[in-house]
Each structure stands twice: as structure tokens, then as C-alpha cells.
Design a protein around this ligand. Structure first.
Ligand code: HEM
Length: 556
């Protein structure tokens, strides 16, 4: 079989300029003595840098790699990986994408160095695995490290309409200021009555149909954000056009932007070719995504203006110029995409963790019961937040144990830089490995892989000062603007579910608890990582709870 390409992973530290040859301004390292020939079997190749078991399936690449034991590669080794035994180019490109993920996954383990360089098809990616370096690059040197990589599919699908895809510069600043204004800590508090209303409706659905908990979880963040941004109430239990389009947009964007998923990612000149040219089917896909994006941006915004919804963000739109109106359309348009899937992931991790760690669930419930009385007596509210440190610790641990975006959203350099004597060229992709940062033993203790909220508490049960949660939202000027909002939705959902329900492992048909590996439950290897579908048992904690939630009137 022909060899179609090479993927090099360089482990685990960057070469200094003095020690390496330079190729196109980028350091090149010596080849590892143990490298095998280009005719090698692809599985055989990965015995070295990446676990062989991660490769053929792809879908389990990250989760497998988290646990796969492996030996530490020698500092400075270069692994040349042949992409062989591949029958057609599409498969080859997908495979390269899997290889990239697998290489990144490898970087997730503590055996690698604090900074890893991966190169594929002349694309250079630096992965930051240490909090110290992350703070240095993304915070102290934020002028250089706050842009986004240029990806042909971003351009073709006009992702740069949205703040998340915009390069660092004036337009991004303008969008970002508006976003920050609407979602900063104080503003986020204004949306708490919306959260309360939507979360109470969610509890009622959970009570009525616990077996459909995943569907209820999926609906909740969308309902809160649509109400917050557009004053639009998503109808319950029925198909909704705004939600359908936004979900379809999210799905298409996720699939299309998997690294290497499109041939145009490797051969950018193809973006100038029309869709009918063989191999340019990505053009049709890009056109469909553009149409969905326009719908996401325009339709609910039109609704809000038509109904004169006095939503905070849109108050300014009434008197805005055309440019300001377009900016508001975009800023509100990105909110659903950014808020929904991310929050769903964290909510699902919560249900999973509670099913897997019953003692922790009991401890949180005891704290709540001590404050509110017997289950079903009272609804928890934001007023109770400061008195429930253990619940807050559960929230922090959910976000750190299985970070929603394990590799964040890629950054890019807007100028060349030297770090620790190593050269990082302009327009290099730089990935903040949130997973590695939230599993650093020096910060999180000796067993960072266990679900253990106590790591955020002092011996007297009060919370540690440092807000570790924020790492799950990134660092520096591109830190998630929706973090306060998201934390509010998550906190009230967690505390309410714990107050009213017991979550346990699902029973098999034989009546025994189904087995899940508590230390390493399977997750998807997508940019936003989700627990793979699982079942659990959800039961009201008392008949009082059942009656309370079954009642027609729910507290606002
Ligand atoms: C659990 C929920 C969430 C998590 C874990 C999360 C995490 C993140 C992360 C890691 C980034 C990338 C930061 C970077 O590039 O360094 C990000 C960006 C972003 N998030 Fe969130 N997010 C969540 C919810 C939300 C919500 C609710 C909103 C809006 C209301 C939001 C809006 C955004 C936007 C607009 C960006 C792009 C910022 C920029 O490029 O300047 N996110 N988020």
C-alpha cells in the first residue's frame, strides 16, 4: 500500500534553537533511533508515542488514552508515523485527524513534558500542559497568544461572524466588550429568575419521566439561554424551529471542524474551487452551514425585535446603527451555540459522577438537608449558595474532573515569540490542555483522577480561596465570557437535583447494578467532550418531593 503522508509528534519538550536544525523557521529535531521504517504496520508504529489501542476506533481515542499505561518517551525524540494501509484519501485524512487527537491525548498524561510540539503536514501545534506556562503565555503574554488559527473551513462557513472564531483585533474586542457586559458577574445575577423558572420546569420533567433524563438535560441550557437573550420561551415537549436549527448548526460545525475532517484543511487552495470539482464536496457542506448560521443569527433576533422583548442585551438594539445591529445579531447568535452543548456536557458529568460516587452524593444531600430541612420542604435558591460549600466543591470538581473542553478552543500567535529559549513562530496554533491543568498533582493532590470534591475544601469544611473552576473556562482575554452565567445554571441545577432526587446506577435486566469504571468512564473525543450515553436511576427522595414537583404551580 502506498504511504500517503507522515505525521510527526515531537516529545515531550521543545528543542532549543541552538540544538536543532531549522526548517521554514520551525525547529526540527533528530529522528528517534528507535524509529521504524516507513513500511511498518500502522498499529506497530504507535507502540511508541501513542497507545496502539487508541487508533482504530477513533471515537474512544481520548478516553482510552487517559488511562493507557505507557512509558515516557525520551525528551527530544521525534516519531515519524507513516499513514499506510489506507485505501482512499478521505480515510487517510480522517485517520490523520485521529492521529492528531491521539497525539494530543498522549500529551494529556502526566508523563509528558509541560510543552509539547506536534507537527502534521507542515501545521505546527504547541500543547501547553502546565499551569505555570499557561499563565505565562495566555495571561502575561496575552497580546501574542490570544488569536485564533486560520482554518479554511472557518472562512468558508463564516465562523468569523462569531466572537469565538474571530482573530485577535478590533472587531473581536468590539464583540467581546458587548458579550462581557451582558454576562459579567453582576449582569449574570440578573438572569437568575430565568434560571429558577427553567430549572423548576426541568425538575418537574425529571419527576414525570426520569428515564428521559438525558433529553431533559439537553433541553435545559437551550431554554435558559433563549429566554435570556431573546425573551423567547421554548415550548416544552414539542419541536421548536429555533432550537432545531441551532442544534443542527452546532452538529454540523462540530463535525466539519474536527481537525483534518475536510480535505481543504490540508490543501487550502481547494477553497477556491467550486463544489462540482471532484473532492470539493466540502463547498456544499460549507454553503449549508452558512445558511444555518444565518438562520441562527437572524430568526430569533427577528422574533425578539418583533415582540419588543425587553431583554437586556437587545435594549441597545432599538437605537443602534446598522453595524451595531449586525454586531448584536452576531453576539446573541453565538450565545446558544456556546452555551448549550457545553452546559449539557457538565450536567451529564454531574449525573454520571453522582451515580458512580454515592457517598459523595449523600454528603452533599446531608449538607442541603441540614440547611433546608427534610427533602421536599423547600426549594433551594441562590440565597443558600454561600451556606453550601460542599455543593460548591461538587461543582468545581465536576468542571475539573472531566473538563467540558479538554483542549479548550485553539489559540494562535499573532507574532513570533521566544519562550524559555525556544522559538514559536507567528500564526502557530497553541492549545491549552485544560485536562492536564485540572489534573496537576501539585494543585489537585495525589489522585487527580478520582472524583473528590474535598480537594477544594479546607479541613474545617470551608472553601479554599482559589477558584479552580475558572481553569475549565480558559485563561487570559479569551476566557469564556459566559462562565458566571454557566456556573449559576449548573449550581442551581445540581443543588435542586440533590435536594429532591437520589441518583444511582441503572439496574440490568437481571436486577443488578450495571458496572461502569468509576475512575475512567468513557467520554467522546469531540472538542466538547461528553460522557458516552449511559443510564442511571433517578428517584424522588420522598413522597413529599413527588407531590411537590407533581403540583401545577412551580416557584419562580
Ligand atoms: C459549562 C459551560 C461552559 C464551559 C465549560 C465553557 C468553556 C469555554 C472555554 C474553555 C472557552 C475557550 C476559551 C479560550 O479560548 O481560551 C470558551 C469560550 C467561549 N464561551 Fe464558554 N463555556 C461554557 C459556557 C458558556 C456560556 C453559557 C456562554 C454564553 C452565554 C459561553 C460563551 C463563550 C464564548 C462567546 C466564547 C468565545 C470567547 C472568545 O473567543 O473570546 N460559554 N468557553
Amino acid at each position: 500500500m502506498p504511504v500517503l503522508g507522515h505525521l510527526k509528534t515531537i516529545h515531550p519538550c521543545l528543542p532549543s534553537r541552538a540544538k536543532t536544525r531549522s526548517h521554514g523557521g520551525v525547529p526540527v529535531q533528530r529522528r528517534c533511533k528507535g524509529s521504524r521504517s516507513a513500511a511498518g504496520d500502522i498499529l506497530g508504529w504507535f507502540v511508541g508515542p501513542v497507545s496502539a489501542t487508541t487508533l482504530p476506533t477513533g471515537s474512544t481515542a481520548l478516553s482510552t488514552a487517559y488511562s493507557a499505561p505507557r512509558t515516557r518517551p525520551n525528551c527530544g525524540d521525534t516519531y515519524i508515523v507513516p499513514v499506510a494501509r489506507v485505501h482512499e484519501i478521505g480515510t487517510a485524512l480522517r485517520l490523520v485527524s485521529v492521529l492528531l487527537y491521539a497525539a494530543w491525548a498522549h500529551a494529556l498524561t502526566e508523563q509528558t513534558g509541560p510543552l509539547v510540539h506536534v507537527e502534521a503536514f507542515n501545521t505546527h501545534v504547541f500543547i501547553v500542559n502546565s499551569l505555570k506556562i499557561a499563565r505565562e503565555l495566555f495571561e502575561k503574554r496575552s497580546l501574542v497568544y490570544s488569536s485564533r488559527p486560520w482554518v479554511p473551513m472557518f472562512e468558508l462557513t463564516e465562523l468569523t461572524d462569531f466572537v469565538v472564531g474571530q482573530p485577535y483585533g478590533e472587531e473581536w474586542r468590539w464583540h467581546r466588550r458587548t458579550m462581557d457586559k451582558q454576562f459579567r458577574r453582576e449582569s449574570a445575577k440578573l438572569y437568575r429568575s430565568i434560571h429558577t423558572q427553567k430549572i423548576h420546569a426541568f425538575l418537574r420533567r425529571l419527576n414525570d419521566h426520569p428515564e428521559d433524563f438525558a433529553a431533559h438535560v439537553r433541553a435545559l441550557p437551550g431554554a435558559t439561554i433563549m429566554s435570556t437573550v431573546y425573551g423567547y420561551d421554548v415550548p416544552e415537549y414539542t419541536q421548536d424551529r429555533f432550537i432545531e436549527v441551532a442544534e443542527e448548526y452546532n452538529r454540523r460545525v462540530t463535525v466539519s471542524f474536527t481537525p483534518g475532517a475536510q480535505i481543504v484543511d490540508f490543501f487550502p487552495f481547494l477553497r477556491h474551487f467550486p463544489a462540482w470539482v471532484p473532492g470539493c464536496g466540502f463547498q456544499k457542506s460549507a454553503q449549508e452551514i452558512r445558511a444555518l448560521k444565518d438562520e441562527v443569527k437572524n430568526q430569533p433576533f427577528g422574533y425578539a425585535l418583533e415582540h419588543k422583548a425587553l431583554v437586556k442585551m437587545l435594549e441597545e438594539a432599538q437605537a443602534g446603527t446598522d453595524d451595531e445591529m449586525e454586531m448584536l445579531r452576531r453576539v446573541s447568535g453565538v450565545s446558544y451555540s456556546a452555551a448549550s452543548d457545553t452546559t449539557v456536557s457538565a450536567l451529564m458529568t454531574f449525573f454520571l459522577a453522582m451515580a458512580l460516587y454515592p457517598a459523595i452524593q449523600r454528603k452533599a444531600q446531608t449538607e442541603i438537608d441540614d440547611l433546608l430541612g427534610a427533602p421536599g420542604g423547600k426549594f433551594p435558591t441562590f440565597e443558600h449558595k454561600a451556606s453550601l460549600p460542599y455543593v460548591e466543591a461538587v461543582l468545581r470538581e465536576v468542571l475539573c474532573w472531566r473538563p467540558v473542553l479538554p483542549l479548550s478552543v485553539p489559540h494562535a500567535t499573532s507574532a513570533e515569540d521566544d519562550y524559555g529559549g525556544y522559538f514559536i513562530p507567528k500564526e502557530t496554533t497553541v492549545v491549552m490542555n485544560i485536562w492536564a491543568l485540572t489534573h496537576e498533582e501539585s494543585t489537585y493532590g495525589s489522585d487527580p483522577n478520582a472524583f473528590n470534591p474535598d480537594r477544594f475544601l479546607k479541613p474545617d469544611g470551608t472553601l479554599l480561596e482559589a477558584n479552580h473552576t475558572s481553569l475549565a473556562f480558559g485563561l487570559g482575554p479569551r476566557i469564556c465570557p459566559g462562565r458566571f452565567y454557566a456556573e449559576d445554571v449548573l449550581w442551581l441545577t445540581f443543588v435542586s437535583v440533590l435536594a429532591f432526587f437520589d441518583i444511582g446506577k441503572a439496574m440490568t435486566t437481571e436486577g443488578v447494578e450495571s458496572e461502569v469504571d468509576a475512575a475512567n468512564p468513557p467520554y467522546s473525543d469531540t472538542t466538547i467532550s461528553h460522557p458516552l450515553p449511559f443510564k442511571c436511576s433517578i428517584k424522588p427522595r420522598s413522597t413529599v418531593v413527588k407531590d411537590l414537583l407533581g403540583g401545577v404551580s412551580l416557584q419562580e
